[in-house]
Design a protein around this ligand. Structure first.
Ligand code: CO8
Length: 260
């Protein structure tokens, strides 16, 4: 199988550009997440890599979020393994010492939004057809506490409460207004803007920026780190319920219908 992640590392700037290239919509399957984490880990360990830009090679979509097929009709063991990989992705990105920038070149629902939210800065393509947000409740599922915390740390309590209860997906201007993304640029300028922004962030001494980042994020990270196993059990028992499986099936059918 062809790689789902392509990394271009520029030795001269210390910046890696990671392209998600898993057709059709970069959904986060167990295979995808495993490959993703291996790549982030490699860059994290490489002292010469100081910045990471995450983007998508797929047209119109940054990432469709967690692969729904990984949560539908799977054994509890497999669900647990999958969830551990989702936790791993979040922990690696949210605690990264690198400057991380999401170059959001298309729609970014649910897990895609979460991935963006773990970054230090978000630049989104200004196309009203794109949307971003934690829409879990629309699927009849519940965003876990660490999804909620990540959003709350970004846009505040009240906005998160409304967004999560209603499972809101925002268009780019709405997302900018609530601070879910930091900047909108024309579609063809997402990557160049991300690169320029990275230069600004890298002008700050690494150690000072890293300690500050850690100070802001550590309580949120510790909360999951000390509860990982319980969080996995919680996910598995929730997602394997008949009623939840039924909600997922209906959502999948809706996705297919909407297409035709
Ligand atoms: N997982 C699996 N397959 C998907 C997903 C997904 N997340 N998203 C899309 N697909 C499939 C579609 O079904 C379609 O399949 P097919 O070609 O076989 O019909 C194919 O990908 C292409 O999709 P579209 O035709 O819809 O492509 P568009 O370009 O029109 O739209 C979108 C792209 C906007 C990304 C659209 O596909 C979409 O809205 N997808 C659903 C996104 C979504 O709701 N994701 C939520 C996932 S749940 C999650 O991430 C967090 C869960 C937390 C769990 C907590 C439990 C306790």
């Amino acid at each position: 199988t062809s790689p789902k992640i392509k990394v271009d590392f520029d030795q001269s700037t210390g910046v890696a550009m990671m392209h998600m290239q898993s057709p059709p919509v970069n959904s986060l399957s167990l295979d995808f997440l495993t490959e993703f984490c291996i790549n982030v880990e490699k860059l994290e360990m490489d002292k010469s890599c100081r910045g990471l830009i995450i983007t998508s090679s797929q047209p119109k979509v940054f990432s469709a979020g967690l692969d729904i097929m990984e949560m539908y009709g799977k054994s509890p063991e497999r669900c647990g393994e999958f969830w551990k990989a989702v936790q791993e992705m979040w922990l690696k990105l949210y605690s990264s010492n690198m400057v991380t920038i999401a170059a959001i070149s298309g729609s970014s629902p649910a897990g895609g939004c979460l991935m963006s939210l773990t970054c230090d800065y978000r630049i989104m393509a200004d196309n009203p057809r794109y949307s971003i947000g934690l829409n879990e409740t629309q699927l009849g599922i519940v965003a876990p506490f660490w999804f909620k915390d990540t959003m709350k740390n970004t846009v505040g309590h009240r906005t998160t409460e409304i967004a999560l209860e209603l499972g809101l997906l925002y268009n780019p201007s709405e997302a900018l207004k609530i601070g879910l993304v930091d900047q909108l640029v024309p579609e063809d300028q997402v990557l160049t803007t991300a690169t320029q922004t990275m230069t600004k962030w890298l002008a700050i001494p690494d150690h000072a920026r890293q300690i500050t980042k850690s100070m802001m994020r550590k309580p949120t990270i510790d909360k999951l780190t000390s509860n990982r196993e319980a969080d996995i059990q919680n996910f598995v028992s929730f997602i394997t319920k008949d009623s939840i499986q039924k909600s997922l099936r209906m959502y999948l059918e809706m996705l297919k219908k909407r297409k035709s």
